[in-house]
Design a protein around this ligand. Structure first.
Ligand code: FPP
Length: 255
């Protein structure tokens, strides 16, 4: 009964939030740190991987809703360069999720005109993961709707360092002059080269940190943190985040 009541309550507030949203001011790029899968599972006496499986199911809902709102890019932090430190079985499970997700969802993503894109050191992923994600990128390359950008084996510091190394190499070879080094140039060497910066960054599970995620790109993003654990995240939370974003005044350092 209590559960029913709270479901009813959350759908009511979702309706309220919807009415609050200005469709002319939707954040064009939303980046999400999907956190709390392990705690979600622990709270239920389940193994951590059960939380990841449940977390995977949320992606579909969020993609659909974001697409419906007209969001242009949705970046999801699915696996960080630090996540390799987790127990082997958990890492193996996480590496199976993109395949599982795409096997089930690729036809829907095609139907919804979603373009899959990757950000991270994809070449270091196990072959089965790599082939699933690269196939999804290939199959959806001509789609023109929402860009679903999976951050897989991604770390912001290593992204920045690689960009700097490439620039240094070009200078060394004489194909670039140090005078040409600028913010715009650096951005061309980043894994987000053809994407705009996130307008809104969401992190679930109550943690208030960036965890090596898009450090350069979120310089002027609005942040929205929620205690909701990722497997419990749904369309109404996304709407809530967008409604809060729309109430903020973005000044980019101006007045
Ligand atoms: C963080 O929660 C979550 C992850 C490291 C993995 C996120 C992955 C998914 C949601 C599924 C990915 C699916 C695809 C299709 C790529 P945590 O394990 O750190 O949670 P905790 O902080 O509660 O332990």
């Amino acid at each position: 009964m209590l559960e029913k009541l709270s479901k009813w309550k959350s759908s009511l507030s979702s309706q309220e939030v919807r009415e609050d949203i200005d469709l002319a001011n939707i954040p064009k790029h939303i980046a999400i740190i999907m956190d709390g899968n392990g705690r979600w599972a622990k709270n239920r006496g389940l193994p951590r991987i059960a939380g990841h499986r449940e977390g995977m199911k949320v992606i579909n809902k969020v993609v659909r809703k974001a697409n419906e709102f007209g969001v242009e890019v949705l970046t999801l932090y699915a696996f960080s360069t630090e996540n390799w430190k987790r127990p082997k079985a958990e890492v193996e499970y996480l590496m199976k999720l993109p395949e599982r997700f795409l096997k089930k969802e690729l036809p829907n993503l095609m139907e919804e005109n979603v373009k899959v894109r990757l950000m991270g050191s994809v070449e270091e992923l196990p072959d089965h993961t790599k082939s699933a994600v690269t196939e999804a990128v290939k199959k959806t390359e001509n789609n023109t709707g929402l860009i679903l950008n999976f951050a897989l084996n991604y770390g912001s510091r290593s992204e920045l360092m690689n960009a700097m190394k490439q620039i240094a190499k070009e200078i060394e070879m004489g194909t670039l002059s140090s005078k040409e080094v600028s913010e715009t140039l650096l951005e061309q060497y980043m894994m987000t080269a053809e994407l705009r910066d996130p307008d809104l960054l969401i992190r679930t599970s109550g943690e208030i940190r960036l965890s090596n995620f898009m450090l350069w790109q979120v310089a002027y993003s609005e942040f929205w943190f929620t205690d909701v654990l990722w497997p419990d995240f749904n369309e109404s939370h996304l709407s809530e985040a967008i409604a809060v974003y729309q109430k903020r005044a973005r000044r980019y350092g101006g007045v």
